[in-house]
Design a protein around this ligand. Structure first.
Ligand code: PLP
Ligand code: CA
Length: 306
């Protein structure tokens, strides 16, 4: 027989689906904004959710900014938020490292992080008192000969390599990271996310962090711990940190392999707005049991707004 059509709920039928929900986990890009463009009625929708007494958590896989930098972006787009409602993957990286003993008073307090990443993760590591080298301005000699690679001395105190969005990613950085991972006992690989690519407008996609993570995984012969949506660490962390009741928590996100997967892993109510990367055609091709619980034109519909 034919597969049931995907139902797209409108502003009259969507809000009742959230009646028994007390916490909303909101994805950011593709739900609240697209690149630098606000989604229609997103600020108003957040106001409605808050008025209805719902707790909001903003969970983004983007590691380029810290929580504080994100709060500024939210405000610049007219979205009201406090930094402690924001769970960026830059913050997740620091929280994960703390949970495995990095930073003051931990079991690996003498260990440093090698960061292949940007200012967002730098700021979160500093805020968590986790010592690191690397980051945005990581300077390395050119690794253009075997002699250069043989002579490279890595910092022996490195206990983790974090790979985040890094527009200065290079072969030299892969060399340094893979030596740490192959030669330093107990050194672990952490990915801020493994997203493949994201829309940036004008029909163009930008490469995500997943490809950078894979380059290091392949070179080092290891597998990264993904601390963001799509990985296994994040949801239990959110549940214990924010005391979430999965049966009263919904996730609103535009990606099947991160947002909706996280919701399905944890038994959350899953909502997909069609303002991001997933098309109606794609949803239609999935068996009904794998589809989100609710599909809407935009996040605003869930708040009863056009
Ligand atoms: N990582 C980067 C570098 C991005 O630019 C984006 C989206 O723009 C993402 C990840 C995905 O972010 P989100 O989880 O908010 O959709
Ligand atoms: Ca998204």
């Amino acid at each position: 027989g034919s597969i049931a059509a995907v139902q797209v709920l409108d502003e009259h039928t969507a809000p009742e689906k959230l009646q028994s929900i007390s916490t909303l986990i909101l994805d950011c890009d593709g739900v609240l904004w697209r690149g630098s463009e606000i989604i229609r009625n997103a600020p108003e929708a957040l106001r409605v959710f808050r008025r209805d007494g719902k707790r909001l958590l903003f969970v983004t896989n983007n590691s380029s900014k810290s929580r504080v930098e994100y709060a500024a972006k939210f405000r610049s787009l007219g979205l009201e938020v406090s930094p402690d409602e924001i769970v960026s993957s830059s913050y997740c990286a620091a929280a994960y490292l703390k949970s495995v003993g990095f930073g003051a008073n931990g079991s690996r307090t003498d260990k440093k992080v090698l960061l292949l990443g940007w200012t967002g993760v730098e700021q979160e590591l500093r805020a968590a008192d986790i010592p690191f080298i690397g980051g945005r301005e990581f300077q390395l000699p050119a690794m253009d000969s075997m002699d250069a690679m043989k002579e490279l001395q890595v910092d022996p105190d490195i206990g983790a390599v974090v790979v985040g969005w890094d527009p200065n990613f290079s072969y030299s950085r892969i060399v340094y990271a893979s030596i740490c991972l192959r030669e330093l006992p107990g050194c672990v690989l952490v990915a801020t996310n493994t997203d493949c690519a994201d829309h940036i407008g004008g029909g163009r996609m930008m490469p995500g962090t997943g490809g950078l993570v894979r380059a290091v995984e392949v070179a080092a012969g290891t597998t990264a711990v993904n601390v963001a949506k799509g990985g296994e660490w994040l949801l239990p962390y959110l549940c214990r940190t924010y005391n979430l009741d999965p049966s009263r928590t919904a996730i609103i996100g535009d990606r099947m392999d991160t947002d909706i997967l996280l919701g399905r892993q944890g038994g959350l109510f899953t909502c997909l707005p069609l303002t991001g990367v997933t098309t109606l055609e794609r949803l239609q091709s999935l068996p009904p049991s794998e589809r989100p619980n609710v599909v809407v034109g935009s996040v605003a519909k869930l708040a009863g707004l056009p």
